[in-house]
Ligand binder design. Structure first.
Ligand code: TYM
Length: 334
C-alpha cells in the first residue's frame, strides 16, 4: 500500500520566528495531508543563509523549526523530516539545474526583487539562484504535490519549467510537480497593513502573530488589527482587514471564507475579533504545549534529524545518480 501513495515535498526556512501565516499557509496542511501522501519536509537551512544569519541562532532555530513541525502533528516515523544541509544531494543537483535555468527566468522572480531591495547591502548570488535550490529540493524526491502559500507559486512554476525542459532534453527524469495552495490561508496578510503579506520580517510586531505568542498577546494583536469604518462584516477587496480576519478564521476551522462570512453576518467588528481570537488561541494553545515538550527533548530531535537525513538521502541520491548519468557524468558509487 505504502509505495502506491503519491509524494509530497515542502520546506520551511528556519530564519526567524514562525508566524500564523507559515502555519495556516503551509505547516497545518502538511499535517493534514500526511494520511494520504508519503511526505518529505525539509528545514531548509541552506536557503536561510541567503540572508545573513548568526550561526548560533541559526542552529537553535533549526531545532525550533523541527520541533514546531512535529508539534503541528507531522509523524516522523511515517514521514521524513530533516535538515536540508545534511543531504548533500540538494547542492549537487542544484548545480546541474543551474546549467538549465536562464538568468532571465531568475530575474523575473518577484521574491528576489523584493528581498534584494530589503537586503540591498547583501545581494549575493545565493539570493539570486535560491529558486533553483528550491527546484532541486522538490525534484530530488519526485514530488507530485508541493503544499505552499501563494507567495511560492512563482517558484513552483519555475520548478515545473525546469523539469519539463530537462525531461524534453533527456527523456523522463523528473516528476513535474503541482503546487497545492489551500483555498483559505494561502495568503495571510499583515494585521497592521492588510495589503501586505504577514511576515516575520515585519518591523511592527503587531503585524504578525508568532506561533509562540501567548494568549494575551494574541488577543491584543487581533484587537489592534486594522479594519475599516464601514462596519459590515463581508469579504471584499476594498475591505482587506476584515477579509483577512475571515480568512484566518476559515483556515483554522477548515471552512471556506464564504462560510466564515455567513457565520459572522450581522455581528460587529468586536464580536468578529473575539471569534477570531478564540479560534487562534484554541488552535495554538495545544500546539504550543506540544512544542515546549518536544523542544526540551534534544534526544528526540537529534534522532528525528538523523533518521530523516538518512531516509531523505536514500531517495535523493538515487535521483541525483540518475540525473548525473543522463547528463553524461561517469557512473558514481555513492
Ligand atoms: P518560507 O520559509 O518563507 O515559508 C514557509 C511556508 O509558509 C508560507 N507562508 C505563508 N502562507 C500564507 N500566508 C503567509 N503570510 C505566509 N508566509 C509564508 C510559504 O508560502 C511557505 O509555504 N522558499 C520557501 C521554502 C522552500 C520550499 C522548498 C517550499 C525551500 N524549498 C521546496 C516548498 C518546496 C520559503 O521561503 O518559505
Amino acid at each position: 500500500m505504502e509505495n502506491t501513495k503519491k509524494t509530497i515535498y515542502s520546506g520551511i526556512q528556519p530564519s526567524g520566528i514562525l508566524t500564523l501565516g507559515n502555519y495556516l499557509g503551509a505547516v497545518k496542511n502538511w499535517a493534514l495531508l500526511q494520511e494520504e501522501y508519503n511526505c518529505y519536509y525539509g528545514v531548509v537551512d541552506m536557503h536561510a543563509i541567503t540572508v545573513r544569519q548568526n550561526p548560533t541562532e541559526l542552529r537553535k532555530r533549526c531545532a525550533d523549526t523541527m520541533a514546531l513541525i512535529l508539534a503541528a502533528g507531522v509523524d516522523p516515523e511515517r514521514h521524513t523530516v530533516y535538515y536540508q544541509s545534511q543531504v548533500g544531494a540538494h547542492a549537487e543537483l542544484m548545480w546541474i539545474l543551474n546549467c538549465f535555468t536562464y538568468m532571465g527566468e531568475l530575474n523575473r522572480m518577484t521574491q528576489f526583487k523584493e528581498k534584494s531591495s530589503r537586503h540591498a547591502d547583501n545581494i549575493n548570488s545565493g539570493l539570486f539562484t535560491y529558486p533553483v535550490l528550491m527546484a532541486a529540493d522538490i525534484l530530488l524526491y519526485n514530488a507530485d504535490l508541493v503544499p505552499v502559500g501563494s507567495d511560492q507559486r512563482q517558484h513552483l512554476e519555475l520548478t515545473r519549467d525546469i523539469a519539463i525542459r530537462m525531461n524534453g532534453i533527456f527523456g523522463d527524469i523528473f516528476t513535474v510537480p503541482e503546487a497545492y495552495i489551500a483555498k483559505a490561508g494561502a495568503r495571510i496578510m499583515s494585521l497592521q497593513s492588510p495589503e501586505k503579506k504577514m511576515s516575520k520580517s515585519d518591523e511592527n510586531v503587531n503585524g504578525f502573530i508568532a506561533l509562540l505568542d501567548d494568549e494575551k498577546t494574541i488577543r491584543a494583536k487581533i484587537r489592534r488589527a486594522v479594519t475599516d469604518s464601514d462596519g459590515e462584516i463581508r469579504l471584499a477587496p476594498e475591505k482587506p482587514g476584515i477579509t483577512n480576519l475571515l480568512s484566518i478564521y476559515a483556515a483554522i476551522k477548515k471552512i471556506t471564507p464564504e462560510e466564515a462570512e455567513k457565520e459572522f453576518a450581522g455581528m460587529n467588528y468586536g464580536q468578529l475579533k473575539e471569534g477570531v481570537s478564540d479560534a487562534i488561541v484554541d488552535e495554538l494553545k495545544p500546539l504550543q504545549e506540544r512544542y515546549y515538550e518536544i523542544r526540551k527533548d534534544k534526544e528526540l530531535l537529534n534522532r528525528v534529524a538523523a533518521e530523516g537525513a538518512e531516509k531523505a538521502a536514500s531517495v535523493a541520491y538515487r535521483t541525483l545518480g540518475k540525473v548525473q548519468r543522463k547528463v553524461g557524468f561517469a557512473p558514481r558509487k555513492l
